[in-house]
Design a protein around this ligand. Structure first.
Ligand SMILES: [Zn+2]
Length: 128
């Protein structure tokens, strides 16, 4: 799964009922190009309040230096009930980093429904 596919998956799940403004919950939005540094991250502008947001606004993935893919793989491994140490090995990172990621994900800083949808979506995939 490349970065483009990760964003596509996130969009399909997050905006399953249509793109919704995270500021005022309005459903009429228009696309506003892509993020400057993350070319796969779609930006939107709300037709009601005029505020801009993107695919990651209001999720823990926003502001993270780690690519979305790393978060999705981490979620997937959590779904397999791997320990932080095992996840760290799979993602080739320090155990402390893996622990920070799983803690954040477990705390549900991302909307809980988004996490469970992503996990449900990722579960049937076979590890490569
Ligand atoms: Zn709005």
């Amino acid at each position: 799964m490349d970065d483009h596919a990760c964003y596509q998956l996130l969009r399909e799940i997050r905006w399953a009922d249509g793109v919704q403004c995270p500021h005022c919950n309005h459903l009429e939005t228009k696309k506003a190009g892509f993020h400057n540094t993350h070319s796969n991250r779609q930006r939107y502008e709300c037709c009601n309040c005029g505020k801009r947001f993107d695919d990651l606004t209001d999720t823990v993935f926003a502001g993270s230096k780690k690519p979305l893919k790393t978060w999705l793989v981490c979620l997937y491994l959590m779904g397999l009930n791997l320990s932080n140490l095992q996840i760290a090995k799979e993602l080739e990172m320090a155990e402390k980093t893996a622990q920070e990621m799983t803690t954040v994900l477990r705390q549900g800083i991302v909307k809980k429904s988004l996490i469970s949808s992503l996990m449900a979506w990722l579960r049937p995939m076979k590890p490569t």
